[in-house]
Design a binder for this molecule. Structure first.
Ligand code: PBG
Ligand code: ZN
Length: 323
């Protein structure tokens, strides 16, 4: 009999682990947190579409991160919900902005923790768009300076990395130049290089209170049917100075992660976004799937597709699992 006996190497856990191709490591994971500008130190509000995830005051953020660090947390990414919003999103680049405050606090407490700042305007603008708006249009070039100012404010507060998520053209060039000029030549840029206009961001917009007040983000974020275009976006960001390329959302775009991995040398990050989290949670809470198993399987899929880093709301759960 001459046929392939694939089962030989699957016959015990020890053998399966010996030939296992991919694994999730604590240093691969980045946990997103939502920090709210409020005087109420005890403020902690569960996000209804993301059970187990919260909007947190500075004090509550500190507590949560403290617990996560004990579990082995290496990195987090911060999103801010300011007390006031305006047309130009000024709290995104104010030195006293809520994310800047949070960065200072976390870096003071945990110097080793890699604190990433999401660089965008949508949480800070009254209209909820990621750029300046004029006559109902989201302007590209006039937005760049504001994004650059936000990145510098974040770096000045102590951010270890900035992550522009706006999808304006030329933002990596603008941010790199501004960081360098301000003396932050060593602050890496993790670019949301390939970011689709996705319905999977729905729960995030509840969490970050960043739903556009008119229209949608389709004139700046990518069209979901396009795969080849992702290569152009990634190549452009790399040429402009991005250090890490992110693909977002995750699971529905594994093909894109693989293409970016194969085409470029830079580290690749995948973002398992809010809608992906919500779907797994909802099914798990109904008792329809085994949450722990599904989470690990979905994360290892990113690794198989070629991602190095994973941004996931399941980070704390996975750290527990790995302990
Ligand atoms: C802000 C931003 C968004 C996400 C990350 N940064 C929302 C959006 O573009 O509307 C989505 C994250 C998630 O859904 O988990 N530009
Ligand atoms: Zn945005």
């Amino acid at each position: 009999m001459d046929f392939h006996r694939g089962r030989r190497l699957r016959s015990s856990l020890a053998l399966r682990e010996m030939v296992r191709e991919h694994e999730i490591r604590p240093q691969d994971l980045i946990m997103p947190y939502f920090v709210v500008e409020t005087d109420d130190e005890s403020f902690m509000k569960e996000i209804s579409s993301m059970p187990g995830q919260y909007q947190l005051s500075l004090r509550q953020l500190e507590k949560k991160v403290g617990e996560a660090v004990t579990l082995g947390l290496r990195s987090c990414i911060l999103f801010g919900i300011p007390a006031t919003k305006d047309e130009t999103g000024s709290q995104a680049y104010a030195d006293t902005g809520i994310v800047q405050q949070a960065i200072r606090l976390l870096k003071e407490r945990w110097p080793q923790l890699i604190v990433v700042a999401d660089t965008c305007l949508c949480e800070y603008t009254s209209h909820g768009h990621c750029g300046l708006v004029k006559n109902g249009e989201v302007l590209n070039d006039p937005t760049l300076n504001l994004l650059a100012r936000a990145a510098v404010a974040q770096a000045r507060a102590g951010a270890d990395m900035v992550a522009p998520s706006d999808m304006m053209d030329g933002r990596v060039t603008a941010i790199r130049a501004a960081l360098d000029e301000a003396g932050f030549v060593d602050t890496p840029i993790m670019s949301y290089a390939v970011k689709y206009a996705s319905a999977f961001y729905g729960p995030f917009r509840e969490a970050a209170e960043s739903t556009p007040q008119f229209g949608d983000r389709k004139t700046y974020q990518m069209d979901p049917p396009n795969g080849r275009e992702a290569m152009r976006e990634a190549a452009a960001d790399l040429a402009e100075g991005a250090d890490i390329l992110m693909v977002k959302p995750g699971l529905p775009y594994l093909d894109v992660i693989r293409q970016v991995r194969d085409a470029f040398d830079a580290p690749v990050a995948a973002y398992q976004v809010s809608g992906e989290y919500a779907m797994i949670k909802a099914a798990a809470l109904n008792g329809w799937i085994d949450e722990r198993a599904v989470v690990m399987e979905s994360l290892v899929a990113f690794k198989r597709a070629g991602a190095d880093l994973i941004l996931t709301y399941f980070t704390e759960d996975v750290l527990k699992e790995l302990k």
